[in-house]
Ligand binder design. Structure first.
Ligand code: BYC
Length: 322
């Protein structure tokens, strides 16, 4: 390496570190270390895939929604998730990767998506519980990402979070409606909360001492809080909400700790999280198969869009005779 290129590299590195140190944003044209770029592509792609795969568990209930009102709400919510996926794939593309390639990596299982979407939705109460707990966990995790050091990711997260917040309220409202209904409806809600509580806690990732990426991601300002900090925040937020709803959270160790100023809670089953991440959850095969099918079914739409774009870029000028 010549002296000049070595100096340029040092200046760029210093500029990057100063920008991070001053809590300013890194933008697509700025120099960034390869590891920073790789980490962002990994996290943003995984996040985008989660939004798209996340349409499936609730989508199952679109045809069986109990009323037109509930169906309209659910259609809107599932469409919002598609929009989130698109913002996030666009943010990833500013890092020089291609959405088509990311989708293929998801389908080939080279890239991950959130563990939470590998659990089945067995009753309509699950639509409410996903809104309340899964979107609630998503908000805890994603609000700090609005301050992520990479500009396009942080900006995409602002809109995503506004919509997730609405999703959480609709889930809570649905559960509240069921809780003021019949005994059977209340039992459905409780059974659903029993199934989704622990997987929701696992969404935050492995415990801090088993999270290989956290320290570097936090030093780079990509993540703002550790997995355990956010999990605690979620528990503290959810317990009073469960009381308002009148449901019991399925954890006998859940108790207010005056000294810490937080709720104590039991240990999630980390082996289960590892199994689900490895692809051995109840619905991993089904989710990826459905995504693969949708990708193949969409081939003609992509081909038509590409042909149209080509035509717009090089319009054929028709010669007029007369
Ligand atoms: N599921 O070092 P760690 C939504 C992986 S969408 C699967 O702690 P990191 C919604 C992790 O990738 C929700 N994999 O990693 C949508 C890593 O593997 P690799 C999605 C997980 O990145 C529709 C390894 O385990 N949200 O809310 O520092 C409807 C070690 O972990 C999981 C996001 O994607 C998991 N739960 O922290 C409703 C938010 N946890 O990649 C709702 C953005 C960990 O090294 N992402 N792994 O092979 C993040 O905040 C972080 O990536 C995580 C993990 C906290 C998830």
């Amino acid at each position: 390496m010549t002296v000049q290129t070595e100096q340029t590299k040092q200046t760029e590195q210093q500029h990057f570190e100063r920008t991070i140190g001053h809590e300013q944003r890194i933008e697509p044209r700025d120099w960034m270390p390869d590891g920073y770029r790789r980490t962002l592509v990994r996290q943003i792609a995984q996040h985008a895939h989660s939004e798209i795969i996340g349409m499936q568990p609730e989508g199952t209930w679109l045809a069986s929604a109990p009323s037109l009102r509930r169906k309209a709400i659910l259609v809107a919510k599932v469409q919002d998730e598609a929009g989130h996926g698109i913002y996030l794939y666009s943010a990833a593309e500013t890092l020089g990767v291609d959405r088509q390639d990311l989708t293929e990596q998801l389908i080939d299982r080279r890239q991950k998506y959130s563990s939470i979407f590998n659990y089945p939705t067995l009753s309509y109460a699950d639509v409410g519980t996903i809104g309340w707990l899964v979107d609630g966990a998503a908000i805890c995790n994603q609000v700090p990402l609005c301050r992520s050091s990479y500009g396009p990711y942080a900006r995409a997260m602002i809109r995503v979070c506004k919509e997730e917040s609405f999703h959480q309220r609709q889930g809570f409202e649905l559960l509240m409606t069921m809780m003021t209904g019949t005994d059977e409806q209340r039992a459905m809600v409780q059974e659903s909360v029993d199934r989704w509580w622990w997987p929701s806690l696992m969404m935050f990732g492995p415990p801090d001492d088993a999270s290989p990426n956290s320290a570097q991601s936090m030093a780079w300002g990509i993540k703002r809080h550790s997995n355990d900090e956010l999990r605690q925040r979620f528990v503290d937020m959810s317990v009073p909400q469960a009381e308002v709803l009148g449901v019991t959270l399925p954890d006998p160790e859940l108790a207010w700790n005056e000294e810490r100023g937080h709720y104590d809670f039991g240990e999630p089953d980390w082996d289960e999280l590892s199994r689900v991440i490895r692809g051995e959850g109840a619905c991993n095969d089904e989710r990826v198969a459905r995504r693969t099918q949708a990708h193949e079914d969409g081939e003609w739409v992509r081909a038509a869009a590409a042909a149209y774009a080509q035509k717009q870029a090089h319009p054929v000028v028709e010669e007029r005779t007369a």
